[in-house]
Design a protein around this ligand. Structure first.
Ligand SMILES: [Zn+2]
Length: 108
């Protein structure tokens, strides 16, 4: 129904009814028409439902992250692979006993 569609478009009842060919008297008393016209109520309800269905949001398009933006993944090295440093000279320690070849001492 045209009137229902116009009302849902934000038109006033009076304008919508006049535009749809209703008499001025009817347009001036939309409440009376609404109470007595089951067809109009049904049409408005149908129009509302139709528009609600259209309002269902479309899935939001997400921009794909470009490779340049992507941060390199930091791989946390296992502890036994971390280079141990001497507390005296900050040099690398050797072996499983944490021996410093520079200071010739074993780290506690
Ligand atoms: Zn050292």
């Amino acid at each position: 129904m045209k009137a229902a569609s116009l009302v849902m478009d934000g038109w006033s009842f009076q304008r919508a009814l006049l535009e749809s060919g209703f008499s001025k008297w009817t347009a001036k008393c939309p409440g009376h028409l609404l109470r007595n016209s089951r067809a109009l109520r049904a049409a408005i309800e149908a129009e509302r439902e139709r528009r609600l269905a259209q309002l269902i949001p479309q899935p939001i398009r997400r921009h794909k992250q470009t490779l340049s933006i992507k941060k390199p993944i930091k791989v946390q090295q296992p502890k036994w692979q971390l280079p141990e440093r001497c507390s005296e000279c900050r040099g690398p320690l050797e072996g499983n006993d944490r021996w410093c070849p520079n200071c010739r001492r074993i780290e506690p």
